[in-house]
Design a protein around this ligand. Structure first.
Ligand SMILES: [Zn+2]
Ligand SMILES: [Zn+2]
Length: 649
């Protein structure tokens, strides 16, 4: 054999090539580049696939050495830690049988059958401690191709590992592999049936935490064995783990369902059914203020408000195509005068009815119809989530009918409105332009025209955006906005769609300058989305502390004792007179108790009134965050709070 034949060439991420003796592994490659890289290497990306560091390389492979700095490395880390957990569980519970342990977002889980022992929090602590020990043992994870499947099957069965046996039997023709976990002497101390890939050794595992146990079934089938699932999170560094746990705590603190109890915001009821929201006065106040603001902003932009019925004859949804394309989200039909009716899942067909009620000329356009339209859609009960995913909701819906030459400026107007509204609520956002999917209606020319108009509008507004190739609806290119809240979490935001379907289905036209009929352009847009999801999101965004302009109660008036009651009443009436949402709390409770209650309710201002205030005719405001402020006269306080409200600060 000549020297040339025993060498292979691999391609590195920067495009450079490297020659290595054939049979070289990723580890050899890392060493040949730099010792430092070898020490940091945890795995490989071979031709885009994550693999073991010890994988042999082939000629022409494109290879990237993965370190903890690469996102792909988390898959290796978390999945390997799952095996460490399984081994720890079997050390502590020798009768435990192991099932599967995939990675999930931020961590992994593993399913176990542990006869007659429901896992407790103390068990999780024990398992965690055992995992630390296994990590400390720095066991090597070695891939091992099963030479004789039947022999291995017999072995699994003799160990009672029925789940592994079942999987192995199923994959007997897929070159099944075991991963052997070996101690420093090279002795196999444990193994698991797995395709890999994994970290080279458990010594790399440092920062993890077992989170909770829940019930599951083998293969998700409730007729099969019941299992216990342990969820865990896992990170490269202790600091990352601590940050993650802090984020979880913060999300829990902000959970809108939890805050709803504290602040009396909304409920749902078993006797009503899931996904149907009851807005209590506090949250209904917040919503009304938002709706007033919403109406003002739309009026300024020449929108016209409409109302449409909540039920309609099936004929309407036959024409719109909803019966054909959307029926799994629609509720069953009801009979009225022996005719089939449906509860509306969308407002669009209704707005089209108004458009089509008369002949429209090119001079009438654009027409911008807006409605806070309540719709009902079926969602599986498993996906319902507080106010964020519900079955009945009110969209801030609008449909714009315009001429082709007006489309771009209409979209600019919408982007402008979105920008203004989202900034008012303190959200940052990012735009995604979703283009024509593979399966779509309408001609390429129409798609190009509409997509260009959307893109030009984003450019005209200097908006930072990404293109989501093929991500459009089958009938429309669109711009989706993602919102980022106060703790950087992502929320589904506003959307703008140019409909290439409904104008055809409903024959939505206008008479052009040439006297002929032309197809009108129809734009759907929602800015807040649904009032339910938006308000649920706002609760979390503000952690329940609504800014003064939105707060259900803006000012609480708290007289210290009986002799301050008359003065307090006077102040309270004055606040109400100028339209502030005020509350007078002159109960006989101590002043500290009443202040604490206001604080719990996140009321922005408290006016504590005692002898000094009465004597000087002043008020002593106390802010929920910054505490006591200098006493001032009522006019000065009103000026200050009215400015704050007007600026929506
Ligand atoms: Zn594995
Ligand atoms: Zn629509």
């Amino acid at each position: 054999m000549s020297q040339v034949e025993t060498m292979i060439n691999v391609v590195l991420p920067d495009g450079s090539q490297r020659s290595l003796p054939s049979g070289s592994t990723g580890g050899d490659l890392a060493k040949s580049i730099a010792q430092g890289l070898f020490r940091k290497a945890v795995g490989l990306l071979i031709n885009g696939e994550i693999r073991d560091l010890a994988s042999p390389l082939q000629n022409e492979d494109t290879v990237k050495i993965l370190t903890a700095d690469d996102v792909e490395s988390y898959e290796l880390l978390r999945h390997s830690t799952a095996h460490v957990m399984a081994q720890a569980v079997q050390r502590i519970f020798p009768k435990a049988k192991i099932a599967i342990g995939p990675t999930i977002q931020d961590g992994f889980y593993y399913d176990f059958e542990i006869p007659d022992h429901p896992l407790t929090t103390e068990d999780l602590e024990k398992i965690e401690a055992e995992m630390k020990r296994i990590a400390g043992e720095d066991q090597r994870l070695v891939r091992y191709c099963i030479p004789d499947v039947d022999q291995q099957l017999a072995e699994f069965k003799s160990q009672g590992e029925k789940f592994k046996a079942e999987l192995l039997d199923e994959h007997r023709n897929d070159n099944p592999t075991l991963y052997l976990m070996q101690d420093k002497e090279g002795k196999t101390v444990w193994n698991d049936l797995c395709r890999g890939p994994h970290l080279p050794s458990t010594g790399l595992i440092k920062a993890f935490k077992l989170m909770k146990v829940s019930g599951s079934y083998w293969r998700g089938d409730e007729k099969r064995e019941q299992l216990q699932r342990i969820y865990a999170t896992c990170w490269w560094k202790e600091k990352d783990l601590a940050d993650y746990l802090h984020r979880l705590e913060e999300a829990e603190r902000r959970d809108h369902r939890r805050l709803s109890k504290q602040l009396d915001l909304f409920t749902m009821h078993d006797e009503v059914g899931p996904g149907l929201v009851f807005w209590h006065p506090n949250l209904a106040t917040v919503r009304s203020v938002i709706e007033d603001f919403w109406r003002d902003e739309h009026r300024k932009r020449d929108y016209q408000f409409v109302f449409t019925p909540h039920i309609a004859h099936e004929k309407l949804y036959e024409i719109s195509g909803h019966l054909e394309n959307y029926s799994e989200n629609m509720y069953a039909s009801m009979e009225i005068d022996e005719e089939p009716y449906r509860v509306k899942p969308m407002n669009c067909p209704g707005h089209i009815m108004i458009y089509k009620s008369r002949l429209r000329s090119y001079r009438d356009l654009p027409l911008r119809f807006a409605e806070l339209g309540t719709v009902y859609r079926y969602e599986r009960s498993g996906v319902l989530h507080g106010m964020l995913r519900v079955r009945g909701f009110t969209q801030d819906d609008s449909h714009i009918f315009c001429r082709p030459d007006q489309l771009e400026s209409e979209v600019i107007g919408i982007v402008d409105l979105i920008d203004h509204l989202m900034k008012t609520f303190g959200y940052t956002f990012k735009a995604y332009l979703a283009t024509r999917p593979e399966k779509s209606l309408g001609s390429k020319d129409d798609w190009d025209f509409a997509t260009n108009a959307l893109e030009n509008a984003l450019k005209a507004k200097n908006m930072d955006y990404e293109v989501d190739h093929g991500g459009g609806a089958f009938y429309a290119p669109k711009i989706d906005f993602k919102l980022f809240d106060a703790i950087g979490r992502e929320w589904q935001g506003p959307t703008i769609q140019v409909d290439l379907n409904l104008p055809d289905r409903f024959d939505v036209t206008y008479i052009g300058e040439d006297g002929n009929r032309h197809k009108a352009i129809m734009v759907h847009r929602a800015v807040l989305g649904s009032m339910e999801r938006f308000c649920g999101g706002l609760i979390e965004h503000y952690a329940g502390a609504f800014p003064t302009w939105l707060a259900p109660i803006q000012v609480a008036v708290l007289p210290i004792s009986d002799r301050h009651h008359a003065y307090a009443k006077e102040i309270f009436e004055a606040l109400r007179k100028v339209g502030l949402r005020a509350r007078l709390d002159d109960r006989a409770e101590t002043i500290n108790y009443r202040i604490r209650e206001c604080q719990m309710e996140q009321i922005p201002y408290m006016l504590v009134l005692g002898d000094k205030e009465l004597e000087n005719k002043t008020v002593a405001p106390r802010h929920r965050r910054s505490g006591n402020m200098a006493p001032l006269n009522l006019e000065a306080f009103l000026l200050q709070i009215e400015k704050e409200i007007a600026e929506k600060a």
